[in-house]
Design a protein around this ligand. Sequence first.
Ligand SMILES: NC(=O)c1ccc[n+]([C@@H]2O[C@H](COP(=O)([O-])OP(=O)(O)OC[C@H]3O[C@@H](n4cnc5c(N)ncnc54)[C@H](OP(=O)(O)O)[C@@H]3O)[C@@H](O)[C@H]2O)c1
Length: 451
Amino acid sequence: MDRILEAIMSAENAADPARALAGVAGLDVPESYLGVAVRADEVSMFDGQATRDKDPRKSLHVQEVPTPELGPGEALIAVMASAINYNTVWTSIFEPMSTFGFLQRYGKLSTLTRRHDLPYHVVGSDAAGVVLRVGAGVTKWQPGDQVVAHCLSVELEDAAGHDDTMLDPQQRIWGFETNFGGLAQLAIVKTNQLMPKPAHLTWEEAAAPGLVNSTAYRQLVSRHGADMKQGDVVLIWGASGGLGSYATQMALNGGAIPVCVVSSPEKADLCKRMGAELVIDRTAEAYRFWKDDNTQDPAEWKRLGARIRELTGGEDPDIVFEHPGRETFGASVFVAKRGGTIVTCASTSGFEHQYDNRYLWMHLKRIVGSHFANYHEAWQANRLIDLGLVHPTLSKTFPMEQTGQATYEVHRNAHQGKVGVLCLAPEEGLGVRDPEKRARHSEAINRFRGV
Ligand SMILES: NC(=O)c1ccc[n+]([C@@H]2O[C@H](COP(=O)([O-])OP(=O)(O)OC[C@H]3O[C@@H](n4cnc5c(N)ncnc54)[C@H](OP(=O)(O)O)[C@@H]3O)[C@@H](O)[C@H]2O)c1
């Protein structure tokens, strides 16, 4: 591993980094590597505890694992940096179910996928790094390429996936429903997960947007999601969080009017730094959408709606960007404009939603389900980062040994934007290959990162 890192570091100040990196093709691949994993014999460790009390620091282990064999159409990448996604929170607390069930199911598909069914699960759905090897049949990528990986794994053997790859019946999220994820020194991806690393970003900045940026792109911008247009009022829950901080930028870039919901003045500040003007602090407003576990309070939905109108000059949201789920969904359906769209990709606070259907049908609203993004959408989202039209919202970076702590902070909602993890990168700030472009965007990058 040392020789691989040495080769990558030699590109830091090289006149021709691409040439320096091509040398990785001649290096031996180590037989094992360090990865962040949960263990099959620990899936019951939190039984009986409340969700909030389940501690990722206890279940995520940094451990040595054997390097898997490389299959056709795959790439082995040296991971310089990765990021925490909420799916690693779910994996680490074994909710709503243990991810070992996903690995077992995937393992039954073919002799190649059988590799994934192991008593440990190396997690992580983001990565920025360098391609070390490519498998048989790969023509577009080669050793030495500096890449970021999106997390859509598809087999594409069924016709259903060939219009929109998210509809492939064998669609999986890499590092969550597959093994060999990005929170590790090495990772295995399909080469149709690879995208060029934006040259003006550090490794940890480049790794941060991936999953959430692509998801927000499909959910808000793509025709498969809310198909946002200029002037749309967009209510964005968790607007300073992983998904929300990218949705806010896309709303502003697309000429829409984001109404950002956050839970503290610090989080409101990030929204304002990104350029949003209309921000609601849900803690200060003390909304109580539920009177008790089974009863919602429409008066509170109305209070939220009135606040939105107050901020927008009387308009209701054309689009509600939903992911908190049970806690907010009734309010989201209520406040959406007549004919508006509630687009949802998650249920952080509970997946059994309740809403008053009269507000949906009588006011001709629609609920759209959205999940990650196809390769084209992920590519478009990465292109926005590359063009400097969307910036990473990386607020904090941890060494890989502290991935448990990093995940704990996301679980406890004590973070802003994205939380990064250094894998092979020995320190922050490495990997910028285009200093001029960096200089052009550095003010905005620092502002969005809060540094
Ligand atoms: N389907 C997909 O492809 C996909 C992709 C990415 C993420 N997800 C899911 O989407 C969810 C959010 O992911 P993320 O990366 O954005 O997480 P995140 O970084 O934790 O941000 C979510 C934000 O939502 C807000 N929030 C949390 N609970 C809430 C509640 N009960 N009521 C109102 N707001 C609440 C919080 O902001 P404030 O406290 O500031 O309000 C939080 O910062 C997770 O469940 C994740 O698994 C799904």
